[in-house]
Design a protein around this ligand. Structure first.
Ligand code: SF4
Ligand code: SF4
Length: 453
């Protein structure tokens, strides 16, 4: 039985607009960047590879990569805003992707009601090992510094995950990352992950009570169990301690929804002593329907829009403190200058919200040529009411918004290619809503917000 200690009064960090995720400061919160540097001697790249002559070389590379995360998009956006075409300027300026998100498993064992999988048919697949290694190697040769080993599915369902992480570290990737729901985080897997060179592990766990958690994170094939997942996460910490290991740095995040808003304190209480960082992320960032809001906020927003003669579907955001914001303008997205997303079958998407590469930028493998067939199989399984598909009954075949030529390209060719540059040009020239996926995107970082007082 998991015991929740008596609630303490934690302090939420106040911000007007919450950029990215919202960090809850507690006595234990550590900064991930400082943590990496402080514990550099225990990092796999330093201990087990000969790629860095000394600690400071590795620290410098890490710092440069982290600083570039925001500096790279910001500088390019500032420099090329409103220029007709970015052409080959990213090549001239030696701008490379900073991260590749490699989908080692598109299968997931949960069916969370707030996940894209609920309405977009997503294949239950594992990446081919040789293709994964080839992509990792190619990324490293092209100067990519980090790899996140998941996108649409649960990475621990790939039995080769830890081999791939180790391989990435051995070929020079500085930061290896996974997001996991921790359902398969057994003791053996925990030890393997610690030994593999994993740098950063993010747990997704929504809610501070059994009822809320099991409603928001139901199992597809068997019942998901609140107590067991907490046990897995706590056990991981004790194994990391027992083995005197510092990595991976661990963060747990909860997606804030109306149904769990009242459980932030108990969520923190459950995990504060067992992870390096506790985070709450906004979900309802941009409205689509006024019905999503609590009544008082809905009235406030409706009155405001009416008074200002603004359309009813004006994007809005409710922040963690209950402040309402509206947006009348989009802004150039940073992701298209930071990363590339690769599906298990080698299609490349432009960002984490382009679920399964609906706006396909190109192919790293010919397996992706027949992606649609795999999606259709899922629809068929749903229709046939097969086991594990009951909760996915509303999933539809994803639309295709961009179909590049069916030929295999390299990471570099896609990053500097026509398809992605077309997207960049539209973003830089305020035509973001002309790209279907971007028009429907709810990333709050791509809106200019104003608070309604
Ligand atoms: S665990 Fe993650 S990928 Fe799986 S259904 Fe939930 S949100 Fe989606
Ligand atoms: S605006 Fe949204 S959909 Fe478009 S690239 Fe950025 S994150 Fe992706």
């Amino acid at each position: 039985m998991v015991k929740v200690k008596k609630e303490r009064n934690f302090k939420l960090e106040k911000q007007e607009i919450l950029p990215g995720s919202r960090i809850i400061k507690t006595k234990n919160t550590k900064n991930r960047i400082d943590y990496f540097i402080e514990n550099i001697e225990d990092n796999y790249s330093f201990k087990h590879t000969n790629l860095f002559k000394n600690k400071s070389d590795l620290i410098n590379e890490f710092k440069i990569y982290r600083e570039k995360w925001n500096d790279q998009p910001n500088t390019i956006i500032k420099k090329y805003k409103n220029t007709k075409s970015i052409k080959n300027n990213l090549i001239t300026e030696n701008i490379l992707p900073l991260c590749i998100d490699l989908e080692v498993a598109s299968i997931c064992d949960l069916a969370c009601p707030h996940c894209f999988r609920e309405y977009l048919a997503t294949p239950d697949k594992i990446i081919d090992l040789n293709f994964a290694k080839k992509t990792i190697k190619e990324a490293s040769i092209n100067g990519v510094k980090s790899i996140k080993f998941n996108w649409r599915g649960e990475p621990l369902l790939n039995p080769n995950l830890t081999d791939l992480i180790k391989y990435a570290k051995d070929v020079g990737i500085i930061e290896t990352i996974i997001n996991t729901n921790a359902t398969n985080l057994t003791e053996k897997k925990s030890l393997d992950l610690i030994n593999s060179g994993l740098d950063y592990m993010i747990y997704s766990f929504d809610g501070g009570s059994k009822k809320t958690y099991e409603t928001l994170r139901p199992g597809r094939f068997k019942k998901n169990n609140f107590e067991q997942i907490i046990k897995n996460i706590r056990k991981f910490k004790s194994i990391r301690d027992q083995t005197n290991s510092k990595f991976p740095y661990t963060k747990i995040q909860m997606v804030l929804m109306e149904s769990n808003r009242h459980e932030v304190e108990s969520f923190k209480e459950l995990f504060d002593d067992y992870v390096d960082e506790v985070t709450v992320t906004l979900y309802s960032e941009r409205g689509g329907s006024l019905n999503d809001l609590p009544v008082d906020k809905k009235n406030k927003l409706e009155n405001y829009l009416f008074e200002k003669n603004l359309p009813k579907n004006t994007p809005y955001m409710l922040d963690g403190e209950g402040n309402l914001f509206i947006s009348l303008r989009r802004k150039t997205c940073k992701q298209i200058f930071q990363r590339l997303m690769v599906t298990y079958d080698g299609k490349v998407g432009m960002c984490c919200l382009d679920w399964g590469a609906k706006h396909n930028l190109g192919y790293l493998s010919n397996k992706g040529f027949s992606s649609k067939m795999e999606e259709k199989k899922i629809i068929n399984n749903i229709k046939m009411k097969k086991k594990g598909f009951e909760l996915l009954k509303d999933a539809k075949l994803p639309k295709t918004y961009n179909e590049p030529e069916k030929k295999i390209l390299s990471i570099k060719e896609i990053w500097n290619g026509l398809e992605l540059n077309k997207v960049r040009d539209m973003h830089l020239n305020d035509k973001i809503n002309d790209i279907e996926v971007c028009k429907n995107c709810n990333s709050k970082d791509t809106f200019v917000w104003e608070k309604i007082n």
